[in-house]
Design a protein around this ligand. Structure first.
Ligand SMILES: [Zn+2]
Length: 682
């Protein structure tokens, strides 16, 4: 009897003993019944893994088992229709290289070959004799994995290999239905469902490769061109690893937990640092909020993955990092903002799915919706109620009455990825806000902590969660949440943002949109509204405006005011005559209307303008355009104060409306003789 078999047996005995001696909900033992020992040979050229897998399993299901069932998730990569996807479902053809496949070579027990079937991503092993309740068995499975080329969760691209869902993993038996879970990996969402186990893994790789994995590296031995890496992982429900010749790593010690961030190119090191910092901060935050992170290490790993990021025990699979010069500081670009949310979200999964597991196929609410809410909760507590990723902006502001699939749906209940995303990621998390607003912050956290504590290293269900709510907050609260989760038209009107909240959200959205545009385009027309917030914008008209000019100006001011009011920007507008304008105000945010000849201020400042507007035409630094009839604008930072902006507008001659496109992207845009358009950036 080897040590693992003994360990399994002991575990089964401890379990029985504990069940007999205590009924306390918080003292149940870990139901660990499985351990894996694997010897894995990685072949870089052939893009394959060959492995000998030894699985020790103790039957604690309370009935005899004739068959043992494993998931063969790699087979989901065998054809386009079943390929798991983070983005739009792939349809159509995939090449031979893009196909993944797991080939079972043989299965033995005690030296004897066993019969088995491989069908629909399920390996069913027929035992020679039924495995009696509380008995253990040690199965040896030899298999070969063909790694698909591509950008999926399992796959390789360039020299980066992502090994996830790569081996036969033991399924879970449900005595209530006398059957094993045989759900294949569904193309939409995730389908992982397994018990925590111990893993003792030896991986043979070329000596120039770097590995990131679940667990902790116990030992690395290099001889010649080969390196043998020994990894131990305890109490994990899956084991994954990533390989590349080019991995570099930066690390941080976070309250005794080692957080590593692996990246490929030096240029993206600031982004890897940013992900390391966010993962570390989220790890501390969730530990404080829900219960301590129960593992010694967490890896954040850049891979070729496209369409999102993905959670595994002790490892977060990220996509390729974009290059940003100041990625460590900048929170305002689309990508940094999205990646911040992704890493905080995936770190949240270390609580909901990794530590406390669930059947992802049947109840995605328990991993995805809980994690989405936890993520928004993090941003609310770290960056304030109005942060773009907070509960208010992410969920409450998105409430609208609608009929949907209920939140307790399984992944195959959804017609497509977008419906699944809308229900599970966008709408369902609000149930938890309903819970929090009903019981208050403290009790809400108690519920989450109690659920975490009770189901740590186990699998929980929606019902289990409702029972914890009942125990912690009472029957009525549990009944309310149960109704919300199973409803098809859930609409918590009490959580719709107030008028003040909506105004503040609009303001922040406007400012954020403008700032994001500025990242790519520099100053744009809307920049003046952002700079003018809480202050004044001076609108300076020609000395003697004609009727049309007056109307254009008053319409423009109306438009500016309505923008400012609806967004709560608090900008004041002063319309002033150019001949009476005080020169001390020349450093302010200015909108100058007219041209050199009819507006004294334009004339006075035109030597520092990149465009001179006269009644004869437009004079750019590089080009002169003779035209009697032109209209448009240009904008520059104020030469008297670079913080502020000047927009110079030449309104159309016989139209009363002239409105700027606040979101840009141009710094000048003129229509000449009613047909030609000249626009661009300085
Ligand atoms: Zn997720």
């Amino acid at each position: 009897m080897n040590i693992n078999r003994l360990r399994s047996k002991l575990c089964g005995m401890v379990l029985l003993f504990m069940v007999l001696t205590t009924q306390s909900a918080f003292a149940e033992p870990i139901s660990k019944t499985t351990s894996y020992i694997m010897d894995v040979q990685f072949n870089e050229d052939a893009k394959t893994l060959s492995a000998a897998e030894t699985v020790s399993f103790t039957n604690n299901y309370g009935e005899d088992l004739k068959e043992i069932v494993f998931h063969l998730y790699p087979d989901s990569y065998g054809k386009a229709e079943t390929m798991p996807s983070l983005g739009p479902i792939m349809n159509g053809q995939i090449s031979e290289d893009q196909k993944g496949d797991i080939d079972i070579i043989d299965v033995t027990y005690d030296g004897q070959k066993l019969n088995y079937t491989e069908d629909n991503q399920v390996l069913k092993i027929m035992l020679l004799n039924p495995l009696k309740s509380n008995d253990s068995i040690e199965l040896k499975i030899n298999f070969k994995l063909k790694i698909p080329q591509g950008f999926g969760r399992l796959g390789y691209n360039d020299d980066i290999f992502s090994l996830t869902n790569w081996y036969p993993i033991l399924s879970i038996y449900d005595p209530a239905y006398d059957s094993w879970d045989e759900n294949p990996f569904h193309p939409i969402g995730e389908s992982n469902y397994s018990d925590v186990s111990d893993y003792d893994i030896k991986i043979h790789i070329p000596s120039n490769f770097v590995i990131a994995s679940t667990g902790v590296t116990a030992n690395e031995e290099t001889s010649g061109n080969e390196k043998v890496v020994k990894v131990d992982a305890e109490n994990v429900r899956d084991f994954v690893f990533m390989l590349s010749k080019n991995y570099k790593v930066i690390s941080k010690n976070v309250s005794g937990i080692k957080v590593n961030s692996y990246y490929i190119r030096d240029e993206v090191k600031p982004m890897a640092q940013r992900m390391l910092d966010f993962a570390s901060s989220a790890l501390l935050f969730y530990s404080d909020s829900f219960g301590k992170y129960p593992y010694p290490e967490l890896d954040v790993v850049e891979t070729p993955l496209s369409g999102g990021a993905m959670e595994y025990p002790q490892l977060i699979q990220m996509g390729r990092y974009p290059y940003f010069q100041n990625a460590d500081q900048n929170r305002d670009t689309f990508y940094t903002s999205w990646l911040d949310e992704a890493i905080v979200h995936e770190t949240g999964h270390q609580w909901w799915y990794v530590s406390v597991g669930n059947n992802e196929f049947k109840e995605p609410f328990m991993d995805e919706s809980l994690t989405c809410y936890s993520t928004a909760y993090y941003f609310e507590k770290q960056y304030g109620k109005y942060d773009r990723r907070s509960i208010l902006t992410a969920f409450r502001a998105a409430i609208y009455p609608s009929k949907t699939e209920p939140f307790d749906s399984s992944v195959d209940d959804f017609k497509n990825m977008s419906e699944y995303n809308t229900v599970i990621y966008n709408r369902a998390p609000i149930v938890l806000e309903d819970l929090r607003s009903t019981v208050g912050d403290e009790k809400f956290l108690n519920i989450m902590r109690n659920y975490f504590k009770k189901y740590l290293f186990k699998n929980g269900t929606i019902n289990d969660f409702l029972n914890v709510i009942k125990e912690t907050a009472g029957d009525d609260v549990a009944a309310k949440i149960k109704k919300a989760i199973s409803s098809t038209d859930y609409y918590p009107e009490n959580l719709v943002p107030t008028k003040e909240e909506t105004k503040e959200i609009n303001k922040r959205n406007f400012v954020e949109n403008i700032k994001q545009q500025e990242q790519y385009n520099g100053m744009i027309p809307g920049s003046i509204l952002v700079r003018g917030m809480g202050g004044k914008i001076h609108i300076i008209t020609p000395e003697d405006p004609d009727e049309n000019n007056k109307k254009t100006t008053s319409n423009l001011v109306k438009n500016l005011k309505s923008y400012s009011d609806s967004m709560g920007l608090g900008v004041q507008f002063a319309v002033e005559d150019s001949s009476k304008f005080e020169s001390s105000n020349l450093k302010e945010n200015l909108i100058l209307i007219g041209n050199n000849e009819n507006n004294e201020i334009i004339n006075k400042m035109s030597s520092s303008f990149p465009v001179v507007l006269s009644s004869k035409g437009l004079l750019f630094d590089e080009a002169a355009i003779a035209a009697k009839d032109y209209s448009g604008y240009f904008l520059i930072s104020n030469p008297n104060n670079a913080e502020n902006i000047i927009i110079v507008i030449s309104p159309p001659k016989d139209e009363q409306y002239y409105n700027l496109d606040w979101y840009g992207p141009y710094q000048y845009d003129f229509k000449v003789n009613g047909k030609m358009e000249i626009k661009g950036k300085f």
